[in-house]
Design a protein around this ligand. Structure first.
Ligand SMILES: [Fe+2]
Length: 294
């Protein structure tokens, strides 16, 4: 197993390991790398859908509660993210339109118990675009100016599913899924509240948590003051020096820690074929709570 850094922004790439046949020692080592670095790119994998689900085992197992997504008949837990639709047979009508770009976010940030992480397996890699961005919330917390650290201690962010749905309705950004099954009710999940800073549930390292896609206000600072603080924090978090953008090679399986990292998608021009199989890693403790219980 060969491990090298992805650069100054956290994360490692691993070569020489087959996720379908890990020895006990290798399973312990990939888990250790995942816990330590929070972002691990496994190069050169050849995986079926059930093998992508099984690859979650060292990290806590797959999360198969598909509240917001379709259930794949071949492998429950898999989500197909493709510029050609779930079944691979939908051709976008505008070849230049960028599909699937997203803001920075945590997955399942709209419920109180987010998934531990995710694995994205690259099935088809596009000639252009199609990158996934990562930002380490432990690094952005460590680099936060002391005065800002003091200001945000004890504060909470409202994380809102309906915020995203409101944005979608006012946008011409098209969803990746072209087959119409991505339209979910704007009130599907009630707003939740997360600490702006929380100790990582396993390591205890402090994580700066402000996912721009979900963030809809600061509980303790309603109105303009909270908005201004969120703007200042988001400007800090999203500095280029904290971003790692992964350009996939075919066979890459990218595992990350969703309790710690933000991620985003660059999007892919419709003329390019990009297909990713995605599976969530099991949930853990509650990090957020319901807004009405705040
Ligand atoms: Fe995501």
């Amino acid at each position: 197993m060969r491990v090298r850094s992805l650069g100054g922004v956290g994360g490692v790439a691993v070569e020489g390991v087959d996720l379908t046949r890990l020895s006990d020692d290798e399973a312990r080592e990939v888990r250790r790398l995942y816990d330590q670095h929070g972002l691990v790119v496994f190069r050169g994998q050849t995986l079926t859908k059930p093998q992508v689900v099984a690859a979650c085992a060292p990290f806590g197992g797959a999360f198969t509660d598909r509240v917001a997504q379709a259930v794949d008949p071949e492998a429950p837990g898999i989500d197909v993210i493709s510029t050609r639709g779930y079944g691979g047979d939908v051709v976008p009508d505008d070849p230049d339109a960028v599909l699937g770009a997203t803001e920075w976010h945590t997955d399942m940030g709209y419920v109180t118990k987010p998934n531990r992480g995710k694995i994205l397996y690259a099935v088809r890699v596009p000639e252009e675009g199609g990158k996934t961005g990562f930002i380490d919330g432990q690094m952005t917390y460590r680099e936060l100016p002391e005065a800002l650290r003091r200001r945000i201690a004890g504060l909470h962010v409202v994380q809102s599913w309906s915020r995203l749905e409101r944005l979608r309705q006012n946008s011409d950004q098209r969803a990746y899924r072209l087959d119409g099954d991505n339209q979910l009710a704007p009130n599907l999940f009630p707003d939740v509240v997360y600490p702006l800073v929380h100790p990582h549930p396993l390591s205890g390292e402090m994580v700066l948590n402000l996912p721009p896609m979900w963030a809809d206000g600061i509980v303790e600072l309603p109105g303009a003051e909270g908005e201004a603080l969120m703007t200042e924090l988001i400007a800090h978090i999203t500095q280029a020096k904290f971003q790692y953008w992964h350009a996939y090679e075919p066979g890459d399986a990218v595992a990350w820690d969703n309790w710690r990292f933000l991620h985003a998608a660059s999007g892919t021009p419709g003329r390019c074929v990009r297909t990713i199989w995605s599976v969530s890693i099991n949930a853990g403790p509650e990090i957020g709570r319901r807004l009405e219980a705040a």
